[in-house]
Design a protein. Structure first.
Length: 133
């Protein structure tokens, strides 16, 4: 059974899609761009700032879904300026320096919503119950 989940720590959907869908033990988070949740606007500062914001928003939302970074099994990174992918890695390493990182794919693209430079989607797996969801 598919369950639609929400979090105030993720940017509001600008179009008709769900930010997070749970099917059994799998959780799929929609692609996230570097939106400042309080302002509802793309952060300034380019690839590094956007990636940090995406990772921050994702981490801030995890308690709302009773998930942890240990439940993160895969991330797909879409990068509009692949020459700057080292900046994605820099922000990534700040989060995953002390824990085992998930698998990851990276795709070079020509355009992203709101002229973002980075978009990341996340997939989680949680077989046991640790909270309300």
């Amino acid at each position: 059974m598919r369950e639609i989940l929400t979090s105030p720590h993720l940017p509001a959907a600008a179009f008709r899609y769900s930010s997070m869908v749970k099917c059994g033990p799998l959780y799929q988070m929609a692609g996230q761009i570097g939106i400042d949740v309080d302002r509802g606007k793309l952060v300034r500062g380019g690839t590094y700032a956007e990636t940090r914001t995406i990772l921050h928003n994702m981490q801030a939302s995890l308690p709302d879904f009773a998930l942890t970074l240990d439940d993160l099994m895969h991330a797909t990174v879409f990068c509009a300026c692949f020459e700057e992918f080292h900046l994605v890695n820099q922000a990534w390493e700040e989060v995953f320096a002390t824990i085992a990182p998930p698998t990851r794919s990276a795709v070079g693209v020509t355009h992203l919503p709101l002229s973002a430079r980075v978009e990341i989607e996340f997939r989680f797996y949680r077989a046991t119950t640790r909270g309300q969801r």
